[in-house]
Ligand binder design. Structure first.
Ligand code: URA
Length: 239
């Protein structure tokens, strides 16, 4: 998955010619994409995927790595395609013009921080169990969470036949027969937070992720994205 750029930009990025000169090369019929000569301007190519040649010689360019944080709204899937045709997070990052993929997943109904990138090696570090990137959530629970259940969540509860690792959990508010909690987990099992609270009899009504590693959701509006800072990228890079 690479960045999608105009052909003349690709040629300029490869160092073969300036952008203006590249347009001329295209006009002159000296450039081909995937073995087919291109003479019109405006053709787009994908870095790392399409093969661009000048005078029959393949020219390469480095793909730019992109790292972003998206505030995923509820009602979006974090897969690239959905078999049920539901909206995907890919639709929210279209203006990036670069194909990025979700790092880890959030349920369809879960909102909040989703990191996306085109850097597979880095993504692996974020999600690999060995690095235990912590994930912090706010969850609205049905009912009043008892102290015994709170302690159970902290120590670990059995889900899918296996006990969860110790987690940090705090009650933030109890109102109208619901409990707002903040929970930080250090694993990434499927629907983990929902299953943990199901296990103690307080199902999750709303779930929002607010932090992954050192990346915070902050005040990013719903449905919007921002680039990660070099400090955020480096945190995982150096794991
Ligand atoms: N835990 C869940 O149950 N759902 C998520 O989306 C993320 C963590």
């Amino acid at each position: 998955m690479g960045e999608i750029v105009r052909l003349q930009k690709y040629i300029a990025m490869s160092g073969a010619a300036s952008r203006r000169a590249a347009e001329k090369l295209i006009d002159e019929g000296r450039v081909s994409v995937n073995g087919k000569r291109v003479t019109e301007q405006g053709v787009k190519v994908e870095i790392g995927s399409d093969e661009v040649a000048l005078d029959g010689k393949v020219i390469k360019t480095a793909s730019k790595k992109v790292y972003i944080a998206l505030n995923k709204p509820a009602g979006y899937v974090t897969t690239v395609h959905d078999q049920f045709d539901r909206p995907t997070v890919m639709e929210l990052v279209q203006e990036l013009n670069t194909r990025v993929f979700p790092v880890g997943r959030l349920d369809y109904e879960t909102e909040g921080l989703l990191i996306m990138t085109n850097d597979g090696v880095w993504a692996n570090k974020v999600t690999h169990p060995r690095y235990e990137a912590s994930k912090r959530y706010y969850a609205v629970l049905k009912g009043v969470l008892s102290i015994a259940s709170l302690n159970g969540i902290r120590r670990g509860v059995v889900i899918d036949g296996r006990k969860t690792a110790p987690a940090e959990c705090e009650i933030k508010e109890i109102e109208g027969g619901k409990t707002l909690v903040e929970i930080t987990i250090h694993e990434g099992r499927n629907r983990q937070v929902r299953k943990m609270f199901d296990a103690v009899g307080n199902p999750v009504i709303e779930l929002k992720r607010v932090q992954v590693g050192n990346v915070q959701l902050g005040h990013l509006p719903e449905g919007r994205w921002r680039y990660l800072t070099s400090g955020e990228i480096g945190y995982f890079m150096n794991k």
